[in-house]
Design a protein around this ligand. Structure first.
Ligand SMILES: Cc1cc2nc3c(=O)[nH]c(=O)nc-3n(C[C@H](O)[C@H](O)[C@H](O)COP(=O)(O)OP(=O)(O)OC[C@H]3O[C@@H](n4cnc5c(N)ncnc54)[C@H](O)[C@@H]3O)c2cc1C
Length: 490
């Protein structure tokens, strides 16, 4: 059976399908996996993405990026990796992209998927139980997709970083997304490098530079500093998987118990000293990144200088080239130095607010302006289940305007996200079949052997309802304190 038709009058292509999914990043591919569990082989999904292949941000982020969690835990549903590497292996960009292709192949064995890469969703509207989605291709074609359900999985919507705008003509300002630190230009030069940023990209970049070019001058301008979850504590290897480390659900439960919507400084101190690792003298920011002790040591040992400030420009004056910082201070640097923009990509998204589900219940929107769980991959997985189980409108899930809260309080942001996640998972676990949780390959607790996991699951199942009121109270406190959208839809 073919669903597509071309209208003679308008020559606009019309595709009809059961589900249209826009976005083929990790959120969209999880939505695709889940949808395939509810549809029969004769039903059809239309998958649309403006990029030219699946993978989302992984398609065009910097070449030396690595997955920061063990690779098996970054997947769609319960799809296994085919890499054949040790479970602790951190996959490269190409390996991640290959896994995305694999996930699509696996889903296509269950359900018919029509792929439209290079197409952009422009708008959608709902009438008569049908969602009409208007899409355009890069060469100007228009397509209308008529779907029973639409899942907009724009997710974190990460786009490549441009180089910093710098006045000096004597420095090379680059972005890692367009300049590989291992490439010929960087290799041919021995000039100092100034890595600007303190998060995951800065750590990946500094690590690459200090290991590729031992002895070269590499400096870090780390803003106010970021700390990371210590990978050795969260994902211990060898026999320690049986007795060491702490499963992530336990950490989130404890964070949710401690955070009350006002005490983020105390909670951060506890969390950082118990589960964190960092290399800067101050480290107030946390954005769910992971770093191991050995990576941390390698970077720290290879850095020439660490400056806790924000670069605003580099200028040529009085025969010198000076880096200018937000604090007003300056630092003379060697002409020919490289300035690598590793400032944040995440939560810059200025897209307009959209609820996570439309009034009719037919459109699911996965993006941070109405976040319901800490990661878009989890939202793609769990909320698509709720959508197909027709429960998405029944549950009083809280939604959070994550970019707004991060703008207003970087300090309260990660702990609010933790409380939001635990609150909503507590509601979800009570309303979906057990299999939904059993098939969730994103679950970081899967790192641990099954008996340990079962103890953790039993503990969670016995206690989560007791903690729900506290979590709700915490989220209500955050809403009032910061005047952010943080509450149920209705
Ligand atoms: C540098 C960096 C490193 C990271 N490393 C990790 C890591 O190691 N582990 C981890 O778990 N997370 C990591 N993250 C977080 C990461 O962003 C997520 O894990 C994840 O890959 C994001 O997936 P997503 O589906 O939410 O969004 P994206 O990957 O951004 O995918 C969204 C897709 O939707 C498409 N789209 C959006 N709007 C439209 C439209 N209107 N029409 C058509 N298509 C549209 C986009 O083209 C895109 O392909 C990292 C983030 C960054 C910036």
């Amino acid at each position: 059976m073919t669903y597509s038709a071309a209208s003679a009058e308008t020559s606009v292509r019309v595709e009809r399908c059961d589900v249209c999914i826009v976005g083929a990043g990790i959120a969209g591919v999880n939505a695709l996996f889940v949808a395939s569990r509810y549809l029969s082989p004769s039903q059809k999904i239309v998958l649309v993405d403006r990029r030219d292949r699946p993978g989302g941000m992984w398609v065009d982020t910097y070449a030396y990026v690595r997955l920061h969690q063990p690779h098996g835990l970054f997947t769609a549903g319960n799809i296994k990796w085919t890499l054949g590497q040790d479970r602790s292996y951190l996959a490269t960009k190409e390996e991640v992209l290959t896994h995305f292709e694999h996930c699509l192949d696996v889903v296509k064995q269950r359900v018919h998927v029509d792929e439209y890469f290079g197409w952009t969703l422009e708008s959608h509207d709902e009438s008569g139980g049908i969602v009409r989605v208007i899409c355009t291709s890069s060469d100007g074609q228009v397509m209308v997709v008529e779907a029973k359900r639409l899942i907009k999985a724009g997710g974190f919507g990460v786009v490549p970083n441009d180089p910093l705008e710098i006045s000096s003509a004597r420095v090379l300002s680059v972005s890692p997304d367009f300049c590989d630190m291992r490439g010929d230009d960087m290799r041919a030069s021995n000039a100092p490098v100034w890595v600007v940023g303190g998060g995951k990209t800065a750590m990946d970049t500094a690590h690459t530079l200090v290991t590729e070019y031992p002895g070269r001058e590499v400096n870090l301008v780390a803003g106010s500093g970021t700390f990371f979850s210590n990978r050795d504590r969260l994902f211990p290897t060898g026999g320690r998987r049986w007795w060491g480390g702490t499963p992530v659900t336990r950490i989130f439960t404890e964070l949710g118990r401690r955070f009350d919507g006002t005490n983020e400084t105390d909670v951060a101190t506890w969390f950082r000293t118990t589960y964190g690792t960092w290399l800067t003298p101050t480290a107030g920011n946390y954005l769910l990144g992971l770093l191991s002790e050995s990576e941390n040591r390698t970077i720290a040992a290879g850095l020439n200088e660490v400056i806790m400030d924000h670069v605003v420009d580099a200028v040529d004056r009085n025969g010198d080239t000076d880096l200018i910082f937000r604090s007003g201070s300056a630092k003379t640097i060697q002409p020919g130095s490289w300035i690598v923009n590793c400032t944040g990509y995440m939560l810059r998204n200025e897209n307009p607010y959209e609820p996570y589900v439309s009034d009719s219940g037919a459109v699911l929107s996965i993006q941070p302006r109405s976040a319901t769980l800490h990661l878009t991959s989890y939202v793609g997985y769990f909320l698509t289940h709720l959508l197909f189980l027709d429960k998405i409108q029944d549950l009083p899930l809280y939604e959070l305007d994550a970019p707004d809260l991060r703008k207003k309080s970087k300090a309260a942001f990660p702990y609010t996200l933790g409380s939001l996640t635990m609150h909503n998972l507590s509601l979800i676990v009570d309303s979906v079949p057990n299999k939904v949780f059993l098939d969730c390959g994103l679950d970081l607790d899967r790192w641990y052997p099954r008996p340990r996991r079962m103890i953790g699951t039993t503990r969670f199942l016995l206690t989560h309802r007791r903690g729900r009121d506290h979590l709700r109270h915490t989220l209500d406190t955050v809403r009032k304190r910061f005047d952010v959208r943080c509450g149920p839809l209705r």
